[in-house]
Design a protein around this ligand. Sequence first.
Ligand SMILES: [Fe+2]
Ligand SMILES: [Fe+2]
Length: 277
Amino acid sequence: MTAPLTLAQRADAVLRTADGRAKTALSRQHAAAWFASRAEGAEPMAIGAATPPLHPARPAQPVLLSPREVPKRKPGSPAGRIALLHAVAHIELNAVDLHWDIIARFSDVPMPMGFYDDWVKAADEESKHFNLMCDCLEALGSHYGALPAHAGMWRAAEDTAEDLMGRLAVVPMVLEARGLDVTPGMIEIFRKAKIDQAVTALDTIYAEEVGHVAYGSKWFHFLCGRENADPKQVFHALVRKYFHGALKPPFNEEKRAEAGLPPDFYWPLTDQPATEG
Ligand SMILES: [Fe+2]
Ligand SMILES: [Fe+2]
């Protein structure tokens, strides 16, 4: 009899699946298995260990270009709206890999079960988000892979491959928090264009992303507490070490607060720091 798959092995398998729809299908299947194993009376799933690839497997399309090479399109045009959905789909696929990667890569760091619950749930939601964006693109006659996408999205993962606190600071608490700032503007674009499917999909993404930022903040504070370190100071040091460039206002202060991210965490990291103290 073969041993049941551990959570880390399942995470690794998602990272090694190239096709977007296949990756998200496997991701959702493993998430369901994890939550079934967490039910009362069920056989618990071991966390286990894995050696995840430094770069996750990705489909042959889209072609990846540096941000400077990605053609700019007018946001108000049909082509611009497709480009926007395509960019979000790309971010979501990257996010699926990021959440499984934090589980697989740091499986040697002892963490409470709630840590795995949170990132498995986040990975499951990102999988849903990718599929929603693909459905919207297909309804508009396009598909994920039809346009070039940003290369270098995995850079944050590579830079923090050996630093769990650095990973939490940069990925959920900077990059995903940025999503909270920009999503309302995107929803407005599709509302104006009366593309209800995209409005509904982006509303779902917007609501669920607050949770991902909150998980980041929760586990970052947990690790600081374990090391008796000041979370704000550690956050500033890690973002300056691993994140390239300043944070850009305007910030969605309300949603950031809801996600456990106070202004004195992010304002000092902008070009125009508010008075700190
Ligand atoms: Fe997402
Ligand atoms: Fe997310």
